[in-house]
Design a protein around this ligand. Structure first.
Ligand SMILES: Nc1ncnc2c1ncn2[C@@H]1O[C@H](COP(=O)(O)OP(=O)(O)OP(=O)(O)O)[C@@H](O)[C@H]1O
Ligand SMILES: [Mg+2]
Length: 219
């Protein structure tokens, strides 16, 4: 279970602190898809980073299966992320000098048993329509192809928590539907999927919905 309680986060802007999240709480059970919605700049990516053990909240707690990742040492938190969190970044963050296949293999080296995940590289490559681009580097891919590589990378390694930041933002309807089916399938395997999206049709597949609003817009 993923539990966020009373999360507060602000960033330092040019004229002082910019509050982004104030008192957010959220519980997501294994097998559930949680959709995070809200206008641009309201804190959706910030929330995903906090839930994905990448950015500590200023106040409040994060617990994943009774572990608070922010109470761990930095090295233990890195291991926690490597084994438990698959992250699709809004801006993909593929490694530019590695080809697609090497990008997919890269995070597996920190998993407990990397070898057992290798067959799934091919399976996900076929499923997401990027198998024919395995020898390409990220700059040689379209934005939608890069996005699908980022999704495949997050799904490798059987991580119990998948955080996906607008994973269909660059995709045509057919590819988006494929990604939706793939992520829903992950929840059926007992995973938690935290999804940021502007697409209303995801709501029908979600068990949890979080609607964020901007704390500072117009202020
Ligand atoms: N590292 C940072 N330093 C300063 N401000 C930040 C930082 N990260 C985010 N912010 C601010 O926090 C607010 C929320 O950003 P965030 O990226 O979470 O929004 P978002 O809801 O994901 O927006 P979008 O839909 O455009 O991706 C923004 O106003 C942004 O300027
Ligand atoms: Mg964002």
């Amino acid at each position: 279970m993923l539990q966020l309680e009373n999360i507060h986060k602000s960033f330092l802007g040019p004229t002082g602190a910019v509050p982004v999240l104030a008192g957010l709480s959220l519980v997501v059970q294994p097998g559930q898809l949680a959709v995070i919605e809200g206008p641009s700049g309201c804190g959706k990516s910030t929330l995903l980073f906090i839930a994905g053990a990448m950015s500590p909240p200023d106040k409040g707690t994060v617990q994943f299966d009774d572990v608070d990742p922010y109470a761990l040492t930095p090295a233990a938190r890195n291991r926690f992320r490597a084994n438990r969190v698959g992250f699709v970044f809004q801006r993909f963050h593929l490694i530019p000098y590695l080809d697609v296949e090497a990008n997919l293999r890269w995070p597996l080296r920190w998993c407990a048993d990397p070898g057992k995940h290798i067959p799934r590289i091919l399976e996900l490559g076929e499923r997401l329509g990027i198998r024919h681009r395995f020898a390409h580097r990220p700059a040689q891919l379209s934005a939608g192809e890069q996005q699908r590589v980022a999704i495949a990378r997050a799904l490798l390694g059987d991580k119990p928590l998948i955080c996906a930041d607008e994973p269909t933002g660059n995709l045509d309807d057919e590819s988006a539907a494929l990604v939706k089916d793939t992520l829903v399938q992950e929840t059926r395997r007992g995973r938690i999927v935290l999804l940021v999206t502007h697409h209303k049709e995801w709501a029908a597949y979600s068990q949890v919905r979080v609607r964020l609003s901007s704390l500072t817009q117009g202020a």
